[in-house]
Design a protein. Structure first.
Length: 107
């Protein structure tokens, strides 16, 4: 394994419920910042859909996404049990309409 690359990238896309209050969105963003501090994570990024050109293959209907990089499958599994991860879910799942996860093993 190349030590410069993460082993697994965990991409999560969030669609929020319609009419989610601005305060809830701000609280969600603060929750994302805190989530990124989980000790199992090598790198963490969050954002909103980019303002790129709309094409048939581009999905931009989500509200937020995160890209979480791990050095091993074991660290990703530990992250799933991490108290900070559970707290994030507990504190924010009430505003989610849909969540989709794409996990990629980096080659």
């Amino acid at each position: 394994m190349n030590s410069l690359k993460p082993y697994l990238i965990h991409n999560v896309y969030f669609w929020l419920k319609p009419n989610t209050a601005k305060e809830d969105k701000l609280f969600f963003e603060k929750g994302l910042e805190k989530l990124g501090q989980c000790p199992q994570i090598r790198q963490f990024y969050w954002g909103k859909p980019a303002g790129t050109e709309q094409r048939d293959v581009v999905v931009s209907s989500y509200d937020y996404s995160i890209s979480v990089h791990f050095d091993s499958l074991e660290l990703q599994a530990d992250y799933q049990d991490e108290p900070m991860h559970h707290a994030f879910i507990k504190n924010h799942q009430h505003i989610w309409d849909k969540v989709v996860v794409y996990d990629t093993e980096v080659r």
